[in-house]
Design a protein around this ligand. Structure first.
Ligand SMILES: Nc1ncnc2c1ncn2[C@@H]1O[C@H](COP(=O)(O)OP(=O)(O)OP(=O)(O)O)[C@@H](O)[C@H]1O
Length: 254
């Protein structure tokens, strides 16, 4: 078995009395695409933020390449962050920067690359997500939602990260554009040999991009298995979720 690149061990996180993560154990290896499913409010985003080091867990360990993310400070932390790409749910592009400046942001601001070189890399990366160099000069507001996702995707892979987090990459897109994004995600993961962790509610996307699927419920991973087995998991919670039934052990969040 390949050594995991990212491993969460017994991660717990509460906000006051609200115990969100109750001992999450999960890992992902290089070249592996793991999808996390779970209902609204089940703690998927909190899990992702703790794994990124943006939130500190109350208990447990988060190991990235064998180093504890929660204990890393200064330069070590910077180096870890540079190896991790993130595609935010909202896209999170800077409105006042052009597309190429958004894509090259890290290269210019964290890695100190010259603008001319950074621009070249940004245009090359935009090509990988099937956007022409003419798009580089536009502003995010001039793009469609699907194009904005592609730009965010380009930004998350420009530094060729070892690990990429995708938070709801297909939300708000039509099925055809969503599928094009799925294809790009697969290409990026396979092409870079990176580990990918994707949070999604979109089962079509999950089935397509996942090697394995894990379900988070009430702060714990209650099932994990090959994507092909998700409709025959033998777990009533997973079954209810993937079939989108209101009836079952999980109460709707309304
Ligand atoms: N910064 C915070 N302060 C207080 N509570 C928080 C904070 N962040 C998240 N929570 C709480 O943690 C719980 C889980 O939220 P989280 O955003 O992780 O859910 P989720 O599974 O990502 O949901 P969704 O699928 O709707 O995006 C919620 O009850 C939320 O109110």
């Amino acid at each position: 078995m390949t050594e995991p690149l990212l491993r969460l061990e017994g991660v717990e996180k509460s906000f006051g009395k609200n115990q969100v993560l109750r001992g999450v154990d999960i890992d992902v290896a290089r070249g592996q695409s793991l999808v996390i499913i779970g209902g609204s409010g089940s703690g998927k985003s909190v899990m992702l933020k703790t794994a990124l080091g943006l939130m500190t867990p109350d208990k447990g360990r988060i190991l990235f390449g064998g180093d504890d993310v929660t204990k890393a400070t200064g330069k070590t932390r910077e180096k870890m962050r540079a190896r991790i790409g993130m595609l935010f749910q909202s896209g999170a592009l800077f409105d006042s920067l052009t597309v190429w400046e958004n894509v090259a942001f890290r290269l210019i601001n964290s890695e100190g690359m010259r603008r001319k070189d950074a621009k070249e890399r940004a245009i090359e990366t935009l090509k990988k997500v099937r956007l022409g160099s003419d798009v580089g000069a536009l502003y995010p507001a001039e793009l469609s939602g699907g194009m904005q996702k592609r730009v965010s995707l380009a930004r998350s892979i420009i530094s060729e990260p070892d690990l990429i987090f995708f938070d709801e990459p297909t939300t708000g897109l039509d099925p055809i554009t969503a599928d094009a994004i799925n294809d790009l995600i697969l290409e990026m993961v396979r092409g870079l040999g990176a580990a990918a962790v994707t949070i999604t509610h979109d089962m079509a996307s999950a089935k397509k991009i996942a090697d394995e699927i894990a379900m988070l419920y009430e702060g714990e991973i209650i099932w994990r298995g090959p994507a092909a087995n998700v409709y025959a998991s033998g777990n009533e919670y997973v079954d209810q979720f993937v079939n989108g039934r209101a009836d079952g052990p999980i109460q709707p969040a309304i």
